[in-house]
Design a protein around this ligand. Structure first.
Ligand SMILES: O=c1ccn([C@@H]2O[C@H](COP(=O)(O)OP(=O)(O)O[C@H]3O[C@H](CO)[C@@H](O)[C@H](O)[C@H]3O)[C@@H](O)[C@H]2O)c(=O)[nH]1
Ligand SMILES: [Mn+2]
Length: 785
């Protein structure tokens, strides 16, 4: 029997989906045939054929991104029992929670997430929880203070009865304790259960009352700092809600509230900015070598999740190669049959596992365990970086003016410093550290120690003026000026999908990442539960991806000049394609309507028509079979098919990134609304899952597509198409596709005739009608012309 100490703490197993591979290759083959067909039938050459060829070329690329991403899926198995045998003294972990708006993210949700973190099955003296409040709300601070009183008893209760879900609102959502799920269903347990539930109800009532209090909130005593503050204009506020000076094993993990300074005209970089402040403040207070970050709605679903993640990060190989351990995102209270296509079950199952089998999962912004030193810019030791980094320096020098932002020269110097330091074996002098990490002596000291893998604690008691002053300094908005934060170190700036971009910089340096998927899964949160929220989230992602593609973080550079593996590059292109593909889809869909309106054709003729028909049929049948095999319904499959059409025309995301690139406007991080009981109140509601609309431009795009197809089909039915001599008029293929799109957009069609939130606003209808009028006019013009 092998020695326990020689066994690895986690294992990664690759597996094959043979049937999937065959289907994927078949589709690729058909796509390439279609391209060949286009090219050899150049005698049809026209503008429409050129547009069709370009779009189909892109769709083929898209397919390559997808199928290479899911070609070699892998699964990771972790062994926490081996970890506990081997590691006597578990490392400290700083827990970060971000919240930004008390209306969209009710404090009761944040509080539940915090409670679930405080109750983790991990030595409590090793945990410190930092809550960043970009909303600067006294209500959030108040809720956390109230929570800390409740937390002591809650933690005891959870540990005593091995509660799995430690977010009380989920645990108590049943009126009765579910006896079957607890071994300890004794009278004593039932009694304690009732007491805890009562206490939690009290707590939530208190917070609800405080939320409903008329404005302004009573700002006296401890809350006086919040008077005269605006969420966009206020000083730094840091409160140690619970310090654990003695570092008692059975105490409460430390709990710290931070609202970073905000001033108008100062860039705040949304979540990335908040994460960097959390990193610096925690660097001064606890400086744990590992950090977990979660969105305010992502509560712990497996109390042993830290041990599982540590198996990956402390493993002898993982230690040298793995930058972060990412837990998947799963959602509670899922609506039946996934009407808005945002549960992403299949996506995680196939592509998620596939990418995990490459250089590792993307960092997805939440549920992720990071190594502090990697966040501080360290590269893996065992990667040969000599030549590629030298090349990188040369390239950066050549493209300095175009690739690097306005603070060009300064950032450039920093770049070279970091790269040279990398080459010289990761030794950076204190002066250079100061240039990169900013002017705080204490922070620089703690960074130097963190980079060497040593811990640093300013003071046992974090609640003393010395520590708080230093922490306030690094949370102020001027601190980052002319430093490397957001450029070389910390969470990266420049894209509103800071997560993908930050993960990419790590992969570029040659780090790997691993998926951490114990059973039960580590975290659960809430997915958008109405169409406008789902579309806004999609739009944000699309924008962020385009921002990354057109920046110096573009994966093409990362694979050419960095250590991003080629297949990982294709995987990144798969996600970036969320932002690029809508453009091609929109052109393709418009082409369809154009051909019907002008009585022309862009589909292949004769036998060639079978190519797209076969691609479509195989794809539909195969995806359906995947859904059924995974135990999902036909309805769920259809909803996802439909939503992928509806979301893909979300060109608005692309356009807002384009406007930013052209410096016409700036992008905004629109926060996703979180609801405490997204499912419960919907179970008996027949309207749950029904499409609702608002004035958002994303609906103008959808309504325009629908009108376009309706007009096209009407023109065909009414025989208003121009007469064409010869046989190259519009055929059945175009009509069928158009009808298919109308079926996908059926909820929009209903929305035109509905009132209130179920109806598409008149202003949207007018805008779309105008656009379609223009489109038809131009189409007709092109025929006459
Ligand atoms: O200025 C801001 C904006 C957002 N947030 C926080 O960032 C988190 C993510 O926002 P959310 O609206 O929940 O984003 P999601 O739609 O869930 O987006 C996903 O994608 C984002 C990037 O677009 C990542 O940042 C998220 O972690 C990831 O869950 C939340 O906790 C917010 O409180 C801030 O702290 N400051
Ligand atoms: Mn979120």
């Amino acid at each position: 029997m092998p020695n326990q100490n020689s066994l690895s703490l986690y294992e990664k197993c690759w597996y094959k989906h043979n049937f999937k591979r065959v289907t994927d290759i078949l589709i690729l083959f058909l796509l390439i045939s279609l391209l060949c067909y286009r090219i050899i039938s150049l005698n049809h050459y026209s503008f429409t054929w050129f547009v069709a060829l370009t779009c189909e070329l892109w769709f083929t690329f898209s397919w390559i991104f997808i199928f290479t991403s899911q070609w070699t899926p892998a699964i990771v198995k972790t062994y926490p029992d081996r970890l506990l045998q081997r590691v006597q003294d578990l490392p400290a972990v700083d827990l970060f929670v971000t919240t930004a708006d008390v209306l969209l993210e009710p404090p009761i949700i944040t509080l539940n997430t915090v409670l679930s973190l405080l109750a983790l099955d991990y030595p409590t003296n090793k945990l410190s929880c930092y809550v960043s409040d970009d909303g600067c709300s006294p209500l959030t601070l108040y809720s956390l203070q109230q929570a800390s009183n409740f937390a002591k008893l809650w933690i005891l209760f959870c540990k005593k009865y091995h509660v799995q879900v430690r977010a009380p609102f989920r645990y108590f959502c049943d009126e009765q304790p579910q006896a079957s799920t607890y071994k300890h269903s004794t009278p004593e347990f039932r009694q304690e259960w009732l007491e805890m539930k009562e206490m939690y109800d009290d707590l939530s009532r208190k917070i609800e009352e405080a939320s409903n209090k008329s404005n302004p909130w009573q700002l006296d005593g401890e809350f006086a700092v919040f008077s005269n503050t605006d969420r966009k204009n206020h000083p730094t506020i840091i409160r140690v809600i619970w310090g654990n000076k003695e570092r008692l094993l059975d105490g409460l993990p430390q709990l710290i509230y931070i609202s970073r300074e905000k001033r108008p005209k100062h860039p705040h970089h949304f979540k990335a900015g908040a994460m960097n402040v959390l990193t610096r403040v925690s660097g001064l207070m606890t400086n744990a070598p590992f950090m977990l970050n979660v969105d305010c709605d992502m509560f712990v679903n497996n109390p042993n999740i830290v041990q599982h993640a540590m198996c990956i990060l402390l493993d002898s190989i993982g230690e040298k190669e793995v930058a972060f351990a990412q837990c998947p995102q799963q959602f509670y209270g899922a609506l039946k049959d996934d009407p808005f296509g945002n549960q992403m079950v299949m996506l995680f199952k196939y592509i998620g596992a596939g990418i995990a089998g490459l250089q590792g999962p993307f960092y997805s912004g939440t549920n992720c365990f990071h190594r502090r030193k990697v966040i501080y810019g360290l590269s893996p030791h065992n990667i040969e970086k000599g030549t590629s980094h030298f090349l990188y320096i040369v390239i950066i020098s050549v493209f300095k003016d175009t690739v690097i932002n306005q603070r060009g020269d300064y950032i450039y110097v920093l770049y070279i410093l970091v790269l040279l330091a990398d080459l010289a074996g990761n030794k950076i002098s204190e002066k250079e550290l100061k240039q990169i990490f900013g002017g705080s002596e204490e922070l620089v000291k703690s960074v130097a120690l963190a980079l060497e893998g040593k811990s640093y604690v300013a003071d046992d008691d974090i609640n003393v003026p010395k520590v708080l002053d230093a922490a306030t300094q690094v949370a102020n908005c001027g601190y980052e000026y002319a430093t490397g934060w957001g450029q070389q170190v910390g969470w990266m700036y420049g894209s509103i999908t800071e997560d993908v971009q930050t993960g990419l910089t790590m992969h570029r340096k040659g780090w790997r990442s691993e998926m951490c998927t114990p059973n039960p899964i580590g975290f659960t949160g809430c997915a958008p539960n109405c169409l406008p929220n789902a579309m806004t989230q999609q739009k944000r992602w699309a924008t962020g991806m385009v921002e990354i593609f057109f920046s110096r973080h573009c994966p093409i550079f990362a694979t050419l000049f960095g250590n991003l593996s080629f297949r990982m590059f294709l995987a990144y292109m798969w996600i970036i394609d969320w932002g690029l593909r809508p453009i091609f889809e929109t052109f393709y869909i418009s082409l369809l309507a154009y051909c019907i309106i002008t009585n022309s054709t862009f589909f292949p003729q004769g036998l060639g028509l079978w190519i797209p028909v076969t691609i479509f049929t195989i794809h539909m049948v195969y995806t359906l079979s995947e859904y059924l095999v995974s135990g999902l319904s036909i309805r769920a499959w259809w909803n996802n098919q439909r939503m992928s059409r509806i979301k893909m025309v979300n060109v608005v995301g692309f356009l807002s990134a384009l406007f930013k690139l052209l410096r016409l406007s700036d992008t905004v991080f629109e926060i996703t609304r979180k609801d405490e009981n997204s499912s419960e109140n919907g179970v008996h509601d027949l309207n749950v899952g029904r499409f609702t609309f608002n004035e958002s431009p994303v609906f103008v795009a959808g309504t325009t597509i629908l009108f376009m197809q309706l007009v096209a089909v009407a023109i065909k039915l009414l025989g208003l198409q121009p007469i064409k001599s010869g046989d190259n008029g519009c055929g059945i293929g175009e009509i069928l596709c158009s009808v298919y799109l109308i079926i996908c957009y059926w909820p929009f069609l209903r929305g035109i005739f509905e009132k209130g939130k179920y109806g598409i606003p008149l202003s949207t209808i007018y805008k779309s009608a105008f656009l379609v009028f223009l489109f038809v006019y131009l189409c007709r013009g092109s025929v006459v012309g």
